[in-house]
Design a protein around this ligand. Structure first.
Ligand code: NDP
Length: 290
């Protein structure tokens, strides 16, 4: 009988990655190289505060220098762009991460365009997204990259598989669809205008969901034996739930990520991985120039 409802343990996969990073950072520090991450939290969004502090804690645990700045919600776009420019030019900073959402008067596009691509540890700049499209080495968006690591760690065969991505945001859905495509899956990208969503999801060998609606993927929408990756994080009174009706979908799926404890723990860890990656590239470029 095939396996049913086996959990993909994001905490364990993230822990393994953290141990690898810790070792790598220790070696870099031994050579006098200190990876450094700057995180900007603009305004008072409470979820951003949680993510900001989680990155601070993790960076310190791993030995990454953390420079966090909490900026007033009323900051002007110009002042924010000046802050970013300073960080771009600061030779001691390897990675820059801006917490989203931003206050309404700050254009996300302007912020996205202002981060130096080589320091863009969430892979949100046009340069890094473009590199993903043409399969060049760049910095890969953290959450989608974390999902790919979970699929790999769980032994999910992507080549030739039908992968269905529900949600097409720039931070999750679109880049994850590209990563799945680059891994030779046959990819369907669904969104709010998709007709008969269920027809698509039922064909998925690998079903990834990033919508932001509690338990919107029900068991009747899932193919028997599918691997299900739930990226959604929805705060309901007293708990956090995903976009997938976990308890029922678990019975149909072969593998499934829980919420919490699935994709969530990977994201901050991958930001640290990207920071170390950016550090190594900076050092390599310095060596080439000298
Ligand atoms: P967005 O709101 O930016 O995008 C949501 C997407 O879902 C859109 O593409 C939208 O379509 C689509 N959608 C909305 N309703 C439907 C529907 N009924 N059927 C099909 N598609 C629909 O969200 P994000 O991608 O930023 O985040 C999605 C979820 O993932 C959230 O819960 C967020 O908290 C979570 N998240 C979790 C992370 C983690 O580390 N675990 C990291 C980032 C996000 P359209 O484009 O047509 O509007």
């Amino acid at each position: 009988m095939s396996l049913r409802g086996q959990l993909i343990d994001g905490r364990a996969v993230a822990q393994t990655l953290r141990a690898e990073l810790q070792k790598e950072i220790h070696e870099l520090r031994g050579q006098g190289i200190v990876p450094a991450l700057a995180v900007l939290w603009v305004g008072d969004d409470p979820a951003s505060g949680i993510y900001f502090r989680a990155k601070e804690k993790l960076a310190r645990e791993l030995g990454i220098e953390f420079r966090g700045e909490k900026l007033d919600a009323g900051i002007s776009l110009d002042s924010l762009l000046d802050e970013l420019d300073e960080l771009n030019c600061d030779s001691e900073i390897d990675g820059i991460f801006v917490e989203f959402p931003l206050p309404d008067h700050i254009s996300p596009e302007a912020v996205r365009n202002a981060i130096a691509p080589e320091k863009d540890v969430d892979g949100i700049t046009p340069v890094n997204l473009g590199k993903l499209l043409i399969e060049q080495e760049g910095l890969i968006p953290a959450t989608p990259y974390g999902v790919m690591m979970l699929l790999r760690a769980s032994g999910v065969e992507l080549r030739g598989a039908n992968a269905v991505m529900v949600g097409r945001s720039e931070v999750v859905g679109k880049p994850l669809a590209l990563l799945l495509l680059n891994a030779d899956a046959t990819v369907t990208l669904c969104h709010s205008k998709t007709r008969n969503l269920r027809e698509h999801t039922l064909r998925a060998d690998v079903l990834c969901v990033a919508v932001g609606q509690p338990r919107m993927i029900t068991a009747d929408m899932v193919q028997d034996g599918a691997a299900v990756i739930d990226i959604g994080l929805n705060w309901t009174p007293g708990s956090i739930v995903g976009d997938v009706d976990f308890e029922r979908v678990k019975e149909r799926s072969s593998l499934i990520t829980p919420v919490p404890g699935g994709v969530g723990p990977m994201t901050a860890t991958v930001v640290m991985k990207n920071t170390v990656e950016a550090t190594k590239r900076r050092v390599a470029i310095k060596h080439v120039r000298h």
